[in-house]
Design a protein around this ligand. Structure first.
Ligand code: BGC
Length: 831
């Protein structure tokens, strides 16, 4: 069994503890049954309503300024932001809470699956339900504004926030964000689409200057934002990075020309946290609100108004935009809409449905899955016992509960079956070996009273040359641990210090965990520790994983694997905002564990709780790979349901998985990623994600759109026709297997011969998630909208329809195309 305290209850406790403080013409409907953004869709933000104008006329300058920056909440509910309102005029405060996978406040909320898993369902209707849960809970938990959804594209597999967003594909992202926003706002909570724009990595996120050409920007990253605006998002959050030399939060091209003038965005723009830099330039560019406090706005803005460098009309315009959204949501009414109660059971049901629907089966040799209910199973891996609920940083939610996958599998066992557990990989460490410290000291559970400091100076003696991983667990300020004169756990750059991962960075009892690996030579090493009690006292422990403990864990896992019919090995990768990953490999010797276990038992299924793409040099050794990402509070039940075939794994990859670190769009070009001298060039242009693999003819490990079912499907009778308004692609999908299952047929479209611009080999034109019984066939029409068929013309600064003869493919993924046909786009019927 794993360390004591690894209980489902422990999960909620630790979660509670770690909370810290141009459009072309048509918007026709049908790619996925959704309207696509059209310039004409949103009315210009001119005249605010009479209520807003009347309030504006009565506000003093000081009162107006309070709307334009965050403040401390006198009745803090643990949310990220607060704007006080003006009680004298009956204007209520605004409370602004993260985030992408549920409402992040001090209280419990439904921890939904990570957005990347939601997108894996390829089902915008589920995004609506996801949004509805967050919308209702946000209102119920005292919030007015949600700091989500995030719609930045997955550009680099290393980006720390890939789990918080949807996809590398602009169409899929746009469809998801549209429906999620409708869901959130339909419940009365104001949605904030973020981070505008080109915030596609965490490395140097507050300083990197992104250079993307106009066509690339409009066709890729901006599409989701435009869809969010068309869906009526009340607010937009500017990103940390610069775009073309100017910080996004004071970038006139982004906030003025694109957001307001082109898209007619009628809501307000806030900064990301601490992302305001200037007063005058930011106001002139169209920034409305600084978060979370007052640096560039507030007193500095008042001074600028007084000395005439900022016209008061700009202040009025910003306040008007905020009040107009508040009015639209009924918040200025004499009787604002009542707050609903939470419906935790309904939230849990949606979390479960989506986690099941997004489960993505990447590999299944010899039908390793589904598991027979009567088999003996060895569950292996730390996340097989402690559930990996959510990612770190602002995406973290305090879940209502979270079951251990081990327990969920156990409860699924039928007569004759049995389930065992082996840790396999130790993420929290074991006590330092007795006698290794001179002078002796107990570093397993030390408490330091408030106001006191505890120090240690001595030696650590190591018996043999070995690779050590030290883990410090602490409750207050991180203790200094200096080994051979060097700090083991140095301060992380920027905000990375405050954002820790979802699982590995918190011990089951709630203590924060930092880890450091060192190769130690046999002999004596100096060790100095300084732990401060601070204001509230400190509890800490220093632990280790060594070659010997690692070998013990692997040997126990191999024994368990040998003794069982099947193995379910849970592997993790713990990502968080604030830092990017440095490798696509599974961390912490997990690759060796997987290989050893799979060699002992080839009926090994690897369940992945990873944020994004990982490399799998061990793939040929294992029987099956099930990608569950960070599956939320119902992840254990969903995983068990898919493992045992209660439901078909209906998820598909929303990003391409590369074979290696050398074979993806960012490989070998630091100017592309992570940038050189803090300048990052999107020189892959419009060939992002699956488009790059097609353009370069590079075989990925798993292509975009890939995901296996427990049954098989045939794709037949493909036909495509230009209706005069859109491209209708018709085909038949037939379940050729003996059980019900989920098919996600995808339509891809080739370039137009009439356009003299760079075009993708294939773009995703549309898709449809279908549940088909054994033997069932269904005729489907996927409508490809003119926007998807258009390119951005940098000469006209507008969209241009890609007319002429174009190829349409139908496939099960970007790499599994089953048929194609040619069609002429732009020719009217009868011509
Ligand atoms: C993140 C935002 C988040 C904000 C408030 C920032 O560091 O980038 O996504 O909404 O913090 O928590």
């Amino acid at each position: 069994m794993p360390h004591s305290g690894n209980s489902a209850d422990g999960v909620s406790r630790r979660a509670a503890l770690r909370r810290m403080g141009g459009a072309i013409m048509v918007a026709a409907a049908v790619t996925t049954g959704l309207p696509s953004p059209a310039r004409a869709a949103a009315p210009p933000a001119r005249g605010a309503g009479p209520r807003v104008e009347s309030l504006l006329g009565r506000l003093t300058l000081d009162e107006k300024l309070t709307f334009l920056h965050g403040a401390d909440d006198p009745h803090d509910l643990g949310q990220a932001g607060y704007v006080p309102g003006v009680p004298r005029l009956g204007i209520p405060p605004l409370r602004l809470a993260d985030g992408p996978a549920g409402v992040r406040v001090t209280k419990h909320a439904t921890a939904l699956p990570a957005p990347v898993l939601l997108a894996a369902t390829f089902d915008p209707a589920l995004a609506r339900r996801y949004g509805e849960v967050i919308g209702r809970e946000g209102r119920a938990l005292g919030q007015d504004v949600l700091l989500s959804p995030m719609v930045n594209l997955i550009r680099t597999p290393y980006a720390g926030r890939n789990f918080e967003t949807f996809s590398e594909d602009p169409l899929l992202s746009a469809d998801m964000v549209t429906e999620e926003i409708r869901g959130i706002q339909g419940q009365g909570l104001i949605a904030t689409v973020k981070h505008f724009a080109l915030n596609n990595q965490e490395k140097n996120r507050t300083s990197v200057d992104v250079r993307a050409d106009e066509q690339t920007m409009h066709e890729l990253e901006l599409r989701g934002f435009e869809a969010a605006v068309a869906a009526g998002a009340g607010s937009v959050m500017g990103s940390y990075n610069k775009v073309d030399g100017t910080y996004a939060c004071e970038n006139k091209q982004l906030l003025g020309d694109i957001l307001r003038d082109r898209w007619h965005f009628a809501g307000w723009v806030m900064t990301d946290w601490y992302a305001a830099h200037t007063t005058v330039a930011a106001m002139a560019a169209g920034l409305d609100m600084e978060m979370p406090g007052e640096q560039a706005f507030g007193a500095a803005l008042k001074k600028a108004v007084k000395d005439g460098t900022v016209p008061e009309a700009q202040v009025d315009a910003a306040v008007r935009r905020i009040l107009t959204v508040m009015d639209r949501f009924g918040l200025l009414a004499a009787k604002p809409p009542p707050r609903p109660g939470r419906d935790a059971a309904a939230g849990a049901a949606v979390a479960l449905d989506i986690a099941k629907a997004g489960a993505t089966l990447l590999h299944n040799r010899n039908r390793t899955l589904p598991l027979p209910a009567h088999a003996s199973v060895a569950v292996i891996g730390p996340t097989g016992y402690v559930p990996f609920v959510s990612g770190g940083g602002s995406a973290h939610v305090v879940p209502d509960h979270a079951e251990s996958p081990y327990q969920a599998i156990k409860s699924r066992m039928r007569q004759g079956g049995s389930v065992g557990y082996a840790l396999g990989a130790d993420i929290y460490g074991r006590a330092l070996p007795g006698g290794a410290l001179a002078p002796a000291a107990d570093l397993e559970e030390r408490t330091v009273p408030a106001g006191r400091t505890w120090t240690y100076e001595g030696n650590l003696t190591v018996d043999e040359d070995d690779a050590w991983t030290f883990a410090v667990h602490y409750s207050g300020e991180r203790p200094e641990v200096v080994l051979d004169g060097t700090e083991l756990f140095p301060k992380l750059p920027g905000s990375a210090e405050h954002f820790s991962g979802g699982l590995v960075a918190v011990a089951p009892d709630g203590l924060t965990v930092r880890r450091a690996s060192r190769t130690l030579a046999a002999g004596r090493h100096t060790l100095e520790i300084t732990a401060k009690g601070g204001a509230e006292g400190q509890t800490f422990r220093l632990r280790r994983v060594t070659g010997a403990t690692r070998a013990d864990d692997v040997a126990a896992a191999v024994r368990a694997a040998r003794g069982a019919d099947h193995v379910v090995l849970f592997a993790y990768e713990d990502a968080t905002e604030g830092t990017d990953r440095t490798s696509l490999a599974l961390p912490d010797h997990q690759e060796a564990l997987i290989t050893a276990v799979a060699r002992a038992n080839p009926r090994t299924t690897v369940v992945l709780n990873s944020s994004s793409a990982i490399t799998m040099p061990w793939l040929d050794e294992v029987g099956a790979v099930l990608q569950m990402y960070y599956p939320g509070q119902e992840g254990a039940a969903a995983t068990a349901a898919v493992l045992y075939g209660d439901v078909d794994p209906g998820g598909r990859l929303t990003q391409t998985f590369p074979t290696s670190e050398d074979t993806h769009p960012m490989s070998g070009d630091p100017r592309r990623y992570p940038g050189v001298n803090k300048v990052e060039e999107y020189s892959e242009g419009i060939h992002l994600g699956h488009r790059w693999y097609a353009a370069q003819n590079v075989e990925p490990l798993f292509p975009f759109g890939h995901g296996l079912s427990y049954t098989t499907f045939a794709y037949e009778e493909l036909a495509a026709r230009w209706t005069g308004r859109a491209l209708d692609v018709e085909f038949t999908v037939r379940n050729t297997g003996s059980r019900a299952g989920i098919a996600v047929p995808q339509v891809y479209v080739g370039p137009s011969p009439d356009l003299d611009v760079d075009q993708a080999v294939r773009v995703l034109g549309g898709y449809r998630r279908l549940a088909l019984d054994a033997g069932e066939r269904r005729r489907v029409t996927v409508r490809v909208t003119p926007r998807t068929l258009s390119s951005w013309d940098t000469g006209r600064h507008d969209w241009v329809l890609g007319t002429g003869r174009r190829t349409v493919w139908l496939g099960a993924s970007a790499g599994d195309l089953r048929g194609s046909t040619d069609v002429t786009v732009g020719q009217r019927k009868g011509k």
